[in-house]
Design a protein around this ligand. Sequence first.
Ligand code: AMP
Ligand code: MG
Length: 398
Amino acid sequence: MSMAGLLEPDVALEQVLAAVPTATSVNVPAGDCLGLVLAADATACADLPPFDRAMMDGYAVRLADAGATVELLGEIAAGDGAYQKPLPAGHAYPIMTGAPLPPGAEAVVPHEQTQRQGDHVDLPERIRPGANIVPRGGECPAGRSWAKAGAVVTPMTLAAALGVGAKHLEVHPRPRVVVIATGRELAADPRIAGQIRDTNGPMLAALFQEVGASVQRQVVGDDAEALCAVLQSLGDVEVVVLTGGVSAGTHDEVPGVLRRLGAEILFHKVAQRPGKPLLVARLGRQLLFGLPGNPLAAHLCACRYVAPALRRLAGRTSVPTRGRGALQAALPANTERTWFLPALVEQGAVLPLLPLSSADLVQPHQANAYLRLDPGSTAMAAGAEIDYTRIGVDAWAR
Ligand code: AMP
Ligand code: MG
């Protein structure tokens, strides 16, 4: 049922993913790696913990003193420097959580299991060897692998990296994207008659930042020379996303400019609505997307084609979450192209946000999912079950 000559949306997505360039891994300061994917197993540079560590507030004791009344020595608190004074038999040190154990101590007995009498304390009859102590390197000794290739760097990964003394991590590089909004109507001053604000540029930049890319933005008029110059000045960014000027209007310069620069057009036009004019091209290692200018079309194409490409580039394999829920309003029959509809999904209830046109901004702004209606599908009544695909992907999923 596809429209003659147009690519099916799933074939288009496959072609995009197959064209994603492979990136060589980089060694990056751990603090800059949030959201990136490890390209190699990471090895501990230091023992964690770095000393035998008390895990409770209580007393550092010898096992032989179980059941005895022992004399207390000076307190050891967290942060006390290497505690070199050994623990003599018949004695105990009051010790705090996080403090280093003195040599000779074999367990930490929590306060609540003891009876204090001035500068003495009664110890319980049974004390388990190593109780409430994590020995030096007990969580991870230096030289051991502590994280696997393919893992996403989460806030806790940053903490673990610091804990094991790893200053740098080997990661897939953060994808670099340039978003270029094209159109002579995109004025710096929207008070001028006929001019509008560039709403796609900031929307696309936000969307790509959300999936972990580093994004730069440009705005260019419908001017082939200027667009050529901008594209040639980009350096080695992996992905370029143009919006506007990709259809067949008099001022739609994008396809011609890409051809002039020697880009290989992978496809132009997809059997979908919105977003039929989508163009994808390759220039050397660079992947270029020509998204339509209509905001909802640009958004759908960015979610469905660009974001998965960026995630693949970053070394991720996860796909958007899918689900099924009950329609909160009827949907009309579909015509000959796959129809992607924004929707708000809340606790299994699927509210379609039927836009007036693909130029809409306000109606779809609260969408968190897209519905998909196949070509020729019949009308659906409210209450019917429907599949949805979430917009965006779990930030910490592989
Ligand atoms: P085009 O794809 O260039 O034919 O543009 C289609 C529609 O989208 C026109 O109404 C444009 O004014 C509008 N449009 C194009 N680019 C943008 C943009 N960056 N932000 C908001 N609207 C845009
Ligand atoms: Mg235009």
